[in-house]
Design a protein around this ligand. Sequence first.
Ligand code: APR
Length: 315
Amino acid sequence: MPKFKQPKVTIIGAGNVGATTAQRVIEKNIASVVLVDVAGGIATGKALDLAEAAPVESHDRGIVGGSDYELSKDSDVVVITAGIARKPGMSRDDLLKTNAEIVSSVAKQALKYSPDAVFVVVSNPLDIMTYLTKKVTGLPSNKVVGMAGVLDSARMRFFIAEALKVSVQDVTAFVLGGHGDSMVPLARYSSVAGIPLSALLSAEKIEEINKRTRNGGIEIVNHLQTGSAFYAPASSTAEMVESIIRDRKRILPCCVELNGQYGLKDIFVGVPIKLGCNGVEEIIEIQLTDSEKAELHKSAEDVKVNIEKLNSMLG
Ligand code: APR
């Protein structure tokens, strides 16, 4: 590990998403990383491989891996990517039971060593796993945040940039709601260098982009056949980690517990938040039209059904 004090991020699950997130976090010089996996050799091996790339990549962030949670002691951020990934024909909800067992076990173990950390949940089905992490750790709402909106919005931004043949840098987009088929791409809050999307693209083209955004995950699963997306999920996770570690207070769409905002209560769903060193520092309520609000409520309802399914499974 490094010779001087550095922020520390533990990533649980050294698979595609976890290892790629680790790479982004150290190579963007954000923090040192501990990779923890039930397959300890995979975590140790990938961490050593990434550490050996450091001289070439020219950074001094440390990275170690293994199966022992003691390695994770005193982390500032804990990222949960452990679980199984989707295969063709599987919805995110099919992952529910298996990943619930894995996520609740890893969250409890990580909490023992890092009770002050902000927990960032990535495992799917995302909104339910974020709820579960909050429930089993007993952490306050601001300390548990799920990664989905940044990824869904990144996909939407890419599709907009592609349609207009402009730089992705000038495109902003917002996707709210659950990380499932009923997510809510918000074209009205999407723009290119400040120009509203509706001034640049036809309603049909915007609807096509919304649809492709909703199906962004399955489009990749169908190509890969053996697993799900990981490069863009890892970039999105690293962006959230950076905002927490460097206390940047970025405004990002993330999955959080709502307690009355948007007319929703006791539910985890994606909305714009301010993300800083204390985790969720503010939930931002934007004005929605009646139909946008109805879509958000429908998406929250889908999450609620699965939370109830999970609670009946857990007994
Ligand atoms: N404790 C620690 N690690 C575990 C455990 C556990 N109990 N169970 C499984 N893992 C590890 C696996 O050993 C594997 O290395 O989780 C890792 C998952 O990696 P992949 O199979 O490559 O899956 P990945 O593509 O990284 O997706 C992980 O993120 O985006 C979501 O839907 C995706 O839920 C999935 C998760």
